[in-house]
Write a protein that binds this ligand. Structure first.
Ligand code: ATP
Ligand code: SKM
Ligand code: MG
Length: 156
């Protein structure tokens, strides 16, 4: 969270002139509920089921750029589906992530102490992100435009 997946996906879509999808936005659109409401009302497991279905649908239907939710690749079936595609891991360090998410509003996985929650998630997830990625791009101290420019070069 705060790596810039949604932001950078939009820039790549503009640069390549291709459609962009975002699994978080797809879940909100298909359920008519905000992500934080899904977590509160139905729990994380229910959200992860919806997310798995959203990734499956997007990878089947969509040609363009797909931004995933920050926890999507923790699901094995999602990792398997992604094996067919170039996958860019936008790396963000703790300090920049904390600055970018602010109080973490609308990000239920950050409830409590935002800094400590981000540290825990980064520690748990970084090895998984690295295992799924075909490309790793550093985002600390770089603007979204600079990040997108590197990806355009990597995937040219
Ligand atoms: N490289 C960057 N430098 C500074 N701010 C950034 C950068 N990338 C994104 N941001 C800002 O950080 C915030 C979070 O970005 P964004 O929503 O794109 O992250 P995300 O990875 O999609 O997060 P989530 O996993 O919660 O969906 C936004 O306010 C965005 O403008
Ligand atoms: O990192 C996570 O687990 C999440 C990231 C967001 O993109 C949303 O998918 C949701 O807030 C959960
Ligand atoms: Mg996002």
């Amino acid at each position: 969270m705060g790596a810039g997946k949604t932001t950078v996906a939009g820039l790549l879509g503009d640069a390549w002139d291709v459609p962009v999808r975002d699994t978080d936005a797809d879940i909100v659109a298909s359920t008519g509920r905000e992500i934080s409401d899904i977590f509160v009302e139905s729990g994380e497991d229910a959200f992860r089921e919806l997310e798995g279905a959203a990734v499956t649908a997007a990878l089947a239907e969509h040609e363009g750029v797909l931004a995933l939710g920050g926890g999507a690749v923790m699901r094995e079936s999602t990792r398997e589906l992604l094996a067919e595609a170039p996958v860019v891991f936008l790396r963000v360090g703790l300090t920049d992530a904390v600055k970018r998410v602010g109080l973490g509003v609308g990000r239920p996985m950050l409830l409590g102490n935002v800094r400590s929650r981000i540290k825990t998630l980064l520690d748990e997830r970084t090895p998984v992100y690295e295992s799924v990625a075909t490309h790793v791009v550093e985002t600390d101290n770089r603007t979204p435009d600079e990040v997108a420019a590197e990806i355009l070069e990597l995937l040219a």
